[in-house]
Design a binder for this molecule. Structure first.
Ligand SMILES: NC(=O)NCCC(=O)O
Length: 280
């Protein structure tokens, strides 16, 4: 019998405040659960605007501890209520001066499974993230969730094949990639990079981008979120480039094993010949 996981993602416009932003994500999650989804993921720093368009100390106010902050605690309640695994990207403060771009992973019973911290931090025009975030320092966790093995890689991370590979080596069947990226910068890459990563690493990817113009910049986030399978094929339609959208798709996790047996990239890779890759 096929091992099909009904999975969801949300690309959302910024509402102007955290309370209404979180509340509308809760509504999307409830709708996804009604449609039979068993896992859902949200966009990068989903409960805040994309404040990295500017460099201002006032924006440290969006940070909270993970898992003991209000948003992750609330998402644990949501997971319990809906019976879904929830991937929750937030701005994390560990202690004063230690801030990370993080995603918490919560299991379908509401338990906190752990977190991923974005490793590769951009300082590209309009993405002034080095001002806010320390680079991730807790490795490449893959979480054993109620639906299967789930990893997270966050936005600018996606340009670096090494992390995608490490998540595959750690057993990921599905990697959520919460993002915030502008049309002028990356719309072309967006259609290439995650499908290529899904093929090279033989797993599903959920690619989530914010959508709309926000208050801290005049660039538009172009949405076009999607699921892509281990053969690099989009699962259903790509989402709108203008509007908020809940995307729900059936992912046949058996395809991961099928593709791994057919192509066997993990057999054929040559770590013995890659020393140069890990030289500083
Ligand atoms: N959020 C983020 O890392 N954006 C950087 C720009 C990009 O990688 O498309």
């Amino acid at each position: 019998m096929a091992n099909v996981v009904r999975a969801a993602l949300v690309q959302a416009t910024w509402t102007g405040d955290t309370e209404s932003m979180v509340a509308k994500h809760e509504e999307h999650a409830r709708e996804a659960a009604r449609r039979g989804a068993k896992i859902i993921g949200f966009q990068e720093v989903f409960n805040a605007p994309y404040f990295c368009q500017v460099q201002e100390p006032e924006h440290y106010r969006w940070a909270e501890p993970v898992p003991d902050g209000p948003t992750v605690r609330r998402m644990q309640e949501l997971a319990r209520e809906t019976g879904m695994v929830v991937v929750v990207p937030v701005f994390e403060v560990e202690q004063s001066g230690f801030y990370y771009n993080t995603a918490a992973v919560i299991d379908a019973d509401g338990s906190f499974l752990g977190k991923y911290r974005k490793h590769h931090i951009p300082q590209v025009k309009g993405f002034w993230e080095k001002y806010y975030f320390k680079p991730g320092n807790i490795g490449w966790p893959v979480f054993d969730t109620a639906v299967g093995k789930v990893g997270v890689y966050i936005c600018y991370d996606r340009h670096f094949p090494e992390g995608w590979r490490q998540l595959g080596l750690n057993g990921a069947q599905l990697v959520y990639n919460p993002s915030a990226t502008h049309r002028g910068l990356s719309a072309h890459l967006w259609q290439l990079e995650q499908p290529a990563a899904a093929v090279a690493n033989e797993y599903f990817v959920a690619a989530i981008n914010r959508v709309g113009v926000e208050e801290y910049g005049d660039n538009d986030f172009y949405g076009t979120s999607y699921f892509v399978d281990p053969r690099g094929k989009f699962v259903g339609e790509v989402a709108s480039d203008k509007d908020e959208e809940l995307v729900v798709r059936d992912l046949d996790f058996d395809l991961v094993e099928e593709v791994r047996q057919q192509w066997a990239f993990y057999r054929d890779r040559r770590p013995d010949a890659y020393d140069g890759l890990v030289q500083p």
